[in-house]
Structure formats: C-alpha cells, structure tokens
Design a protein around this ligand. Sequence first.
Ligand code: AMP
Length: 214
Amino acid sequence: MLCVKRKNLIFLGAPGSGKGTQANFLSDKFGYEHISTGDLLRAEIVSGSVLGSRVKRVMDSGDLVTDELVIELLRGNLDLESCYYIFDGFPRNLKQVQTLDKEILDGRDYLVIYFKVDTEKLVNRIVNRRVSEDGKHIYNLLTNPPKVEGLCDVTGSNLVHRKDDTEEVVRNRMSVFIKEIEPMLEFYSTKGNLLEINADLGIEEVSKLVSGQL
Ligand code: AMP
C-alpha cells in the first residue's frame, strides 16, 4: 500500500495503552508502515538465534534490552526513503529519543502521540490481552474478545498469552515506563510536536481522535 501521509508518527504510551491496536488500524487506513521493536525482538527469539536467546531473558523479566541492540535492529528494518512509519515501542528512554531524532529521522518531520491512560487500569487490561501468533492482531478477553474463543478472527491462528503479560512482569514493565517517560515527554513538548490523547476511551473513539489529527 502507498503511504498517503507525509509525516512519520511516534506512538508513546504505557504497556497496554492501545498503541499497537491503533498502529495496526491506522497503518491499514492510511498506508503507514507499522514498526514495533517488541515484534522485531520476538521475531529474533523465534528465529532461535544466539541474540534471540539473550534478549528472551531480558524480555521475560520486563526490563529493557540494550539501546545499542534495539537501535541496530530498528535501523536494519527501516526504509525512510520510501515509507512513512508508525514507531510503536520505540523510543523507550531519552537516549533512544535523541538517537531517533538526530541520527535516524535526521531532520524528517514527525508527530508524537502520547496515549495517556490511568496506569492502575492497565494491569487488568494487559493480563487479559491475547495476540495472534504473528503479533499483528490484538484482543482483550474482557473488552475486545475474539469471535471464537482462542482463535484470531483474521488469521484463524491460535491466540497467544505473551509470557511478559503476566501480572508480576507487567508491574515491572509499568515501573520501567513510569521511570523513563517524563524526560521523553519534556523533550517532545519543548520541540513542539507532542499530542496527548485520552486513551482511557474506547478503541473507536481513540481512533477517531488520532485520525482527526493526521
Ligand atoms: P512491547 O512489545 O513493545 O511491549 O515490548 C516487549 C519487550 O521488548 C519490552 O518489555 C522490552 O523488554 C523489549 N523492548 C521493546 N522495545 C524496546 C525498546 N525500544 N528498548 C528496549 N527494549 C525494548
């Protein structure tokens, strides 16, 4: 699909804030390429590489993998000359923010959307999250269940409960997020390209709010 929009988008938000769901929807609707560093890392694990087994331990604990590794993986999967991207799950700290701004996007225009959610509600949301085997279709057993239990509506594949979507790991992921997010928001707010969305609303309302800004 051709990219019809003229700006790259960066989606920020706590785990479970709906970034991935919105990125899937908007990439289909507007022709963005959706790039998720979490998906790239999970693909590395599935490939059975040495790198994959190293990152698996870190991901299973809910901590961040090293900046160098994620940045290298991201660079290897981008084609900024031909496409406009939705960055989902990257950047995750100020170092990644600066690298993306100066070295990767390197003067290209971009808009940052922060999916703001009451973090108390999130643990429940994530523990009930299920994803298709390719990670592209996201469900919630309470708010957005599949039509047939355990199966993806689109691909028919089994739905997976991610190992890092258990309560203990989610709590660690949330505290990592809370520790890193403020300086990131400050960077973008100073730059003047930050938009905050109330992501406590339903999936369709959030989509409308985001679409209206593009
Ligand atoms: P996600 O699918 O975005 O929730 O990411 C799942 C896990 O992958 C995170 O908890 C981290 O361990 C790792 N990860 C994903 N993106 C990054 C990133 N930009 N920097 C460091 N670690 C990441």
